[in-house]
Design a protein around this ligand. Structure first.
Ligand SMILES: C[S@@+](CC[C@H](N)C(=O)[O-])C[C@H]1O[C@@H](n2cnc3c(N)ncnc32)[C@H](O)[C@@H]1O
Length: 338
């Protein structure tokens, strides 16, 4: 089973490196910083009969899991009807494949009905860098105007809509938005209620489908035995006991808006404290983070063990160099309870 969506700091690619440190058996699994839940997909496949507790402070995302658990048919109906409307519209670009020296060469051209009409859009600009997308959609129905119209409806109706409707809208937007990522309106972390999905549109080049229905059904089945929470990570500590596997994957140290601040370090210290408390209750714990080279986790590991992995970021975090972009190198750490 794959994660349902891309998530900043998602761990799918690191699972292979973590393999030697994953437990042989457990009957409870707890993931306090869930996001896209890459480790959960491993844990569920390892022991589908375990009991699971998942949590993330981002309640918009946890709402997707809850509605897929409780109301998957209505969830799929809403995503499908948005998808039908969207796929029938023109994308911003279309593709032409030519043979050049015997090889296929793909070129993308602006689509006459799908490309952004910046002048028109400017004339529908509202206060606060907003646009009247409903009107723009009426004048120029394209995937772009549909995306922004749907995003505006989602943002405006969030408080009134039922959980399934708002979660299905959000899922549609995440599947058609830029890079499939969840980006908030403000640049703070997902810690406050005013953080609402605000990702710009993506390339919108899908042909047959924007998402994998079977995967959503698979998740719905998997989630039946899962308690879904949305609060501070510390609230999951009470669920830890013997035969529990806890995977802690907090936002990276130094990745907070308040980079390298005391607040960031205090937060990471609270995570280490949780780790030790869970371990003392008999749980097997793993904690992921990034090594900033100042020995922060080394100094706080106590009796626990730390292993390191060199990683290369190829998406998002690229360093600009003279001839384009260079992938960024970093060191991930994994703390293992001992
Ligand atoms: C690195 S991501 C987790 C990624 C996840 N392991 C995956 O594979 O997709 C960190 C997550 O912590 C969440 N978060 C931030 N502060 C939190 C807190 N105090 N309590 C619970 N979750 C929090 C964020 O919303 C984010 O989803």
């Amino acid at each position: 089973m794959k994660p349902l969506f891309m998530w900043a700091g998602g761990k799918t690619k690191l699972l292979k490196d973590f393999d030697p440190y994953l437990p042989d058996s457990f009957s409870n699994y707890i993931e306090p910083f869930f996001g896209g839940g890459a480790m959960f997909t491993w844990a569920y496949e390892k022991n589908p009969d375990a009991s699971f507790v998942i949590n993330d402070l981002n309640h918009h995302i946890m709402g997707i899991y809850s509605s897929i658990k409780e109301d998957v048919d209505s969830f799929l109906d809403i995503v499908d009807s948005l998808e039908r409307e969207y796929l029938a519209l023109a994308p911003p670009t279309y593709k032409v494949v030519n043979k050049v020296n015997g090889k296929n060469k793909t070129t993308w051209f602006p689509h006459p009905w799908g490309k952004p009409d910046k002048k028109l859009e400017k004339s529908y600009k509202l206060k606060g860098n907003q646009y009247n997308w409903a009107e723009l959609y009426k004048i120029q129905p394209s995937r772009r105007t549909f995306y922004f119209k749907t995003r505006a409806e989602y943002q405006e109706n969030l408080k009134e809509w039922d959980l399934t409707t708002k979660s299905a809208y959000l899922y549609f937007l995440m599947k058609t938005g830029f890079n499939g990522v969840w980006q908030a309106k403000s640049d703070r972390n997902a810690e406050t209620d005013d953080n609402i999905f605000n990702t710009p549109c993506g390339l919108m080049r899908q042909t047959d489908s924007i998402y994998d229905r079977d995967l959503v059904r698979e998740w719905s089945k998997a989630l039946q035995n899962v308690e879904i929470l949305s609060g501070d990570f510390t609230e999951t500590l009470e669920h830890c006991s013997g035969s529990t596997f806890v995977y802690l994957d907090p936002p990276y140290r130094g990745g907070f808006a308040d980079y390298n601040t005391q607040k960031d370090d205090e937060f990471q210290e609270r995570v280490v404290e949780y780790f030790n408390n869970a371990r003392d209750k008999g749980a097997y714990c793993l904690l992921s983070n990034r090594d900033l080279g100042d020995g922060f986790f080394e100094d706080r590991k106590g009796q626990n063990e730390i292993v390191r992995f060199d990683v290369t970021y190829t998406v998002g975090r690229k360093k600009k160099v003279e001839n384009g972009h260079e992938a960024t190198k970093a060191t991930e750490i994994l703390m293992i309870s001992r």
